[in-house]
Design a protein. Structure first.
Length: 305
């Protein structure tokens, strides 16, 4: 089985395990499991896509078997899963796969394109928790929404933003402010019984990334039965040296892929108030001078001496 959603696999475990199945009971979340016909006696591939109402993206959860299914059958299945996601209102379907996975070529043939790369690091404990006491991570609040959005839009490449929208919920996320003023780091989190999955976003102006990573790990306090996973995107590669210093274990490199279900086009935003003023035509009126001339104003009606 190939898990194509890290947040699901690393926090809840196997997508077919009881913990993961219970998450499907969320009324705001829909899932669809499809089975393709296996031709010429080949195994029938099975896959699943899930979607949360109101979000831009759906996500492939898993696909099996990974190696023995015919690529043509897998492509047909992927197209069917994307069709179901489009019926829910998703604008695209996301998938995370290893660079050398047998599914990579099938995803490409099904219309998925690469928008970023990442590597997931596993940390089971903080070696020196006393060295991070000065690092201050705070829970993200609603008042941080604008600062988080500005950080996201300034650091995330446009290609990634077209696939992944700025996080709408920050309930399990953390922020770091320099001198309690400027927001310089954001850590989006997913917590589960099997582990904690963090997607960090650090501003280039951060000069103590190791201390920030150590402070983040110390706040979460990972342990072998509930490790901490940090996803380092290709545009945040400078964090890898800090994770190496923390003795975190790197996983295989992955490609982030998206299949777009709608055509994204830029549309101009018009000022409706200005357009109303521009379209309004002045109505002709009687000249003011004529009206004044007809009045009994002493200076206008007086004769020259």
């Amino acid at each position: 089985m190939a898990c194509l959603d890290n947040t699901l696999a690393l926090t809840l475990g196997n997508p077919l395990a009881p913990l993961a199945i219970l998450s499907y009971l969320n009324p705001a979340r829909g899932s669809y499991t499809g089975v393709a016909d296996g031709k010429n006696g080949s195994p029938r591939p099975v896959g699943q896509v899930h979607y949360r109402a109101g979000r831009r993206s759906a996500h492939l959860a898993f696909l099996m078997p990974e190696k023995t299914a015919r690529q043509e059958d897998v492509v047909v299945l992927l197209e069917r899963l994307a069709y179901e996601a489009g019926g829910w209102g998703a604008c695209n379907v996301l998938a995370e796969a290893e660079e050398h996975s047998p599914l990579f070529e099938a995803l490409r043939k099904a219309g998925f394109v690469i928008y970023a790369r990442q590597q997931i690091w596993r940390l089971e404990e903080v070696k020196d928790p006393g060295a991070v006491g000065s690092v201050a991570w705070q829970p993200a609040l609603s008042v941080d929404e604008l600062a988080i959005r500005n950080l996201y839009q300034s650091l995330i490449p446009p290609l990634v933003q077209s696939a992944e929208a700025c996080p709408e919920s920050h309930e399990q996320s953390l922020v770091y402010r320099h001198d309690q003023d400027e927001l310089l780091a954001y850590a989006q989190g997913w917590f589960g019984p099997r582990g904690v999955y963090i997607l960090p976003l650090f501003h280039p102006g951060v000069n103590n990334s190791f201390e920030l990573l150590a402070g983040l790990a110390a706040r979460i306090a990972p342990h072998p039965s509930r490790p901490l996973y940090l996803a380092v995107r290709s545009y945040q590669a400078e964090l890898e040296s800090g994770l190496e210093a923390l003795q975190a274990s790197p996983g295989p490199r992955q490609v982030l892929m998206a299949k777009y279900l709608v055509n994204m086009q830029r549309a101009p935003a018009f000022n409706h108030r200005s357009s109303v003023l521009e379209k309004r035509r002045a109505e002709p009126t009687t000249p003011i001078v004529s009206n004044l001339a007809q009045t009994s104003h002493p200076y206008l009606n007086s004769e020259k001496n």
